[in-house]
Design a protein around this ligand. Structure first.
Ligand SMILES: C[S@@+](CC[C@H](N)C(=O)[O-])C[C@H]1O[C@@H](n2cnc3c(N)ncnc32)[C@H](O)[C@@H]1O
Length: 365
């Protein structure tokens, strides 16, 4: 398996001491409650009040400020001491925030991941085993009986929607500025944004380039959301929608005009390999020698940091249990193989956009 140099080093050696390994094993065993206790420490504002108070706070001060019972605060603080989000001050009475607690509280990526895992994934991951066995998102059932999360997105409870979109947007929004430079390095009259969702990227495109027209292809219910979101914003008159279910193997790509760029951002990770091949083959059918597909993905093998690869391979299991049961965050070699099977070739890969995106530029073979 090919890996970036940092990952190569991290994943080819069992470097923990026996004691560290035992500790890590217990962290795994108690993972769900480490997560929940820490999430509540953030939600109840305890970490924030510790950050904002010089010298920290005693247990009874925290009870008073939160209005929670002494029992609730005691179990949370004792667990948090052992988790490492708080420590005791010299007087052994006051609690202080640690660096880990500070990261939980202020690191935007951690906050987004925590909300996503609690609101979208937590209950569904209880059904991970069935999802793996059955190849369908059994963990989605408590939200509704859609075959995939995408059909249900527009009807998920507001808090769940907020965390889903927060997660999705966080990653892609942070890459848009660099992606615009890459895409518009050439002349682009028409761009087809496949899986364009609420139109955030399309709005960026029409704002960046005064001439481009963007067609967003997405499920019909998402096109409705997109129209509401883009309505009245600058350049919205150069954005149009094309409702389609791309899981239907007979649903063709539009041929109404020549698309210079077919853009797929965080889209192909919503599908299994055979589905990707089918989608890319249909895209290839409307391409000529000048057209290019730009696939923007967070390929886990191309990450600069081990932590990023960790976040991505864990996110794959959201796809297993909640999204669709068949897709994942891909290894770039796997994606390149499917690209070739679809009659395309990878021309180049641009790495290190935003929080670890790459753009795989593909042309017809
Ligand atoms: C993870 S979101 C990516 C959104 C956006 N491109 C971004 O980078 O943030 C995937 C998008 O693919 C769309 N999608 C998923 N399954 C689809 C299908 N079968 N047909 C058409 N669009 C689909 C979803 O509705 C969603 O808007």
């Amino acid at each position: 398996m090919n890996l970036s140099p940092i990952l190569e080093k991290a994943y080819s050696e069992d470097k923990l001491t026996a004691r560290e390994a035992q500790r890590k094993a217990e962290w795994i065993a108690f993972g769900p409650v480490v997560f929940q206790a820490s999430r509540i420490m953030v939600k109840w504002g305890i970490l924030e009040m510790l950050r904002n108070t010089d010298g920290g706070l005693t247990m009874s001060e925290i009870v008073e400020r939160t209005g929670k019972t002494p029992y609730a605060i005691k179990v949370l603080l004792e667990a948090s001491l052992c988790i490492g989000t708080v420590v005791l001050a010299e007087d052994r009475e006051h609690f202080l925030l640690t660096k880990t607690g500070w990261c939980l509280l202020t690191d935007a990526l951690t906050r987004v991941n925590m909300a996503f895992n609690h609101d979208v994934n937590y209950e569904g991951w209880f059904k991970l085993e069935e999802s793996l066995e059955e190849g369908r998102p059994v963990g989605l059932e408590h939200f509704g009986d859609w075959p995939t999360v995408y059909e249900g997105l527009s009807s998920l409870p507001p808090q769940v929607q907020q965390s889903w979109f927060g997660f999705d947007h966080f990653y892609s929004d942070n890459s848009f500025a660099q992606a615009l430079e890459t895409v518009f390095a050439q002349k682009v009259d028409n761009l087809l944004d496949v899986g364009g969702n609420t139109g955030r990227w399309a709005l960026q495109c029409v704002g960046y380039n005064p001439d481009v027209h963007v067609t967003i292809m997405d499920l019909p219910q998402q096109i409705g959301l997109m129209k509401n979101f883009t309505n009245g914003k600058p350049g919205a008159d150069r954005i149009s929608g094309y409702g389609i279910n791309l899981l239907d193997k007979n649903a063709p790509f539009p041929t109404d005009k020549h698309y210079d760029i077919i853009w797929m951002s965080q889209f192909l990770d919503c599908f299994g390999e055979d589905e990707i091949e089918s989608i890319l083959s249909r895209a290839a059918a409307v391409m000529d020698g000048k057209s290019r597909i730009y696939i923007m993905e967070t390929f886990w093998d191309r990450q600069k940091y081990e932590l990023a690869a960790f976040c991505l391979t864990m996110t794959s299991l959201y796809f297993t249990a909640i999204a669709n049961g068949t897709s994942k965050m891909y290894h770039s070699d796997d994606m390149a193989r499917v690209v070739n099977r679809a009659g395309l070739k990878v021309e180049r890969i641009v790495d290190n956009l935003g929080f670890g995106h790459s753009i795989m530029v593909c042309a017809k073979q």
